[in-house]
Design a protein around this ligand. Structure first.
Ligand SMILES: [Zn+2]
Length: 334
C-alpha cells in the first residue's frame, strides 16, 4: 500500500518539480474547472521521529519516513529558491515593494498553491470575526481577515517560502510577511512573538510566531492577508478558515478579486452561476454530432441518414441549402 502510494505521488511530484510550472491561463480554464472544488486538509505534523531518508531520482528531493509509518517529501531549500520569485522586488522594509499598476496584470492568473511536494497548513483555524472580513471598513481598506484567538496561540506558515519581513510596523504591530514559492505573499499581523527573521526559509506548517494584539488592535486576533504582486485579495478564496482546508490546488486568481468590494462570500454565488452555465454549455457540446461529407453526399441524404432536416443542418452550419458540399467538410448535424 505504502509503496504504491509513494510511487504514484513521486512521479506526479517530480513532473512538477523538474519543470517549473508555467500554466497558460487559457489552458488552465480548460483543465481545471473554476472554482476547483477539491479541498486540501491542513498539514498534520507527525509526532514521531524521522527513521529514514530515501533518495529519489532528483538529488534535491528526498522522502523522509517517520516512526508512525507516515512520510513526507523534503526539498532542499536551495533548490526551491532557484526561482526569480525571490529576486523580484525583494524589500525587507516596505509592505508593498512591487509598485505595479493593476493594468500591468493579466485578467486572470493561475497559481499552483500546492502539489505533491509543496504542502499547506492553515495559518490559524477559527471563525472570522463578523466585522473582520475583507472589505471597506470605516473609510479604510480592510485587506485581510481577522481571526480572534488567545494571546500565545501558535501561528503557522501557510505555504513554504522565505521570510521577507519580520518587524514591528505601525498598525500591523508585530508583522511577518512570507513570500512563497507559488508567488503569493501572506501577511501575519498583531503577533505577540515573532520566531523568524528576514531571509529565513520556512516550511508550510512551521510555527512562525504567536498570536497577540500588538499595533492597532482592540483584542487578540490574527490579521491575515494574502497578496499577489502587492495586491490583496480575500484569503477566503484560498482557505476555509472554519475547517482549516485549502479550497484548491490550482487557484485561478482573477484581477477583479483585488477590488476591495469583491469578497468570497458574495462573489462565490456568481462563480457558481457561471459554473452552472459552463455545465449547460458542456452538455450542449456533448450532444453535438458531426458528419464528414463523403463523395456522392447531398444535404437531403445527410439529413435523412441523421434523422434531421436540411433546414436544421443549414441553420447549425450557417450555410444555404444550395451550398456546394466539399468532400471532407465537417458538418454539424445535431
Ligand atoms: Zn484586520
Amino acid at each position: 500500500m505504502f509503496a504504491v502510494c509513494a510511487a504514484g505521488f513521486l512521479s506526479a511530484g517530480l513532473a512538477y518539480a523538474v519543470n517549473p510550472v508555467r500554466i497558460d491561463t487559457a489552458k488552465a480554464h480548460v483543465m481545471i474547472r473554476r472554482p476547483a472544488l477539491e479541498s486540501i486538509p491542513s498539514l498534520i505534523h507527525s509526532e514521531s521521529d524521522p527513521i529514514d531518508t530515501l533518495d529519489t531520482v532528483n538529488e534535491h528531493i528526498k522522502v523522509i519516513l517517520f516512526g508512525d509509518n507516515t512520510w513526507k517529501y523534503y526539498k532542499t531549500p536551495g533548490f526551491q529558491q532557484e526561482t526569480d520569485i525571490f529576486d523580484e522586488a525583494w524589500d525587507e522594509v516596505n509592505s508593498n515593494p512591487y509598485k505595479l499598476a493593476q493594468e500591468d496584470l493579466p485578467y486572470s492568473w493561475s497559481v499552483w498553491l500546492v502539489d505533491s511536494l509543496d504542502q499547506y497548513h492553515c495559518p490559524f483555524q477559527g471563525d472570522i470575526h463578523p466585522r473582520g472580513k475583507f472589505g471597506p471598513r470605516r473609510g479604510r481598506r480592510h485587506q485581510g481577515v481577522d481571526l480572534p484567538l488567545k494571546t500565545g496561540d501558535p501561528i503557522y506558515a501557510t505555504f513554504t517560502g522565505k521570510v521577507r519581513m519580520s518587524k514591528y510596523l505601525g498598525g500591523f504591530g508585530n508583522l511577518i510577511v512570507i513570500r512563497h514559492v507559488n508567488g503569493l505573499e501572506t501577511f501575519y499581523a498583531h503577533l505577540s512573538k515573532r520566531y523568524v527573521e528576514v531571509g529565513d526559509w520556512v516550511n508550510a506548517g512551521d510555527v512562525i510566531g504567536l498570536g497577540g494584539s500588538t499595533g492597532r488592535s482592540t483584542g487578540p486576533h490574527l490579521h491575515f492577508e494574502t497578496r499577489y504582486k502587492g495586491f490583496a485579495f480575500d484569503p477566503q478564496w484560498l482557505i476555509d478558515f472554519k475547517t482549516g482546508e485549502l479550497r484548491h490546488r490550482l487557484f485561478v486568481l482573477k484581477k477583479k478579486y483585488f477590488n476591495i468590494y469583491s469578497n468570497y462570500e458574495q462573489d462565490f454565488e456568481d462563480e457558481m452561476r457561471n459554473e452552472e452555465e459552463d455545465k449547460a454549455e458542456d452538455a450542449e457540446r456533448a450532444a453535438m454530432k458531426w458528419y464528414v461529407v463523403r463523395s456522392g453526399d447531398t444535404l437531403s441524404k445527410i439529413a435523412r441518414n441523421n434523422g434531421t432536416t436540411v433546414n436544421a443542418i443549414c441553420r447549425l452550419n450557417d450555410i444555404n441549402p444550395n451550398a456546394t458540399l466539399r468532400i471532407g467538410k465537417k458538418l454539424r448535424v445535431r
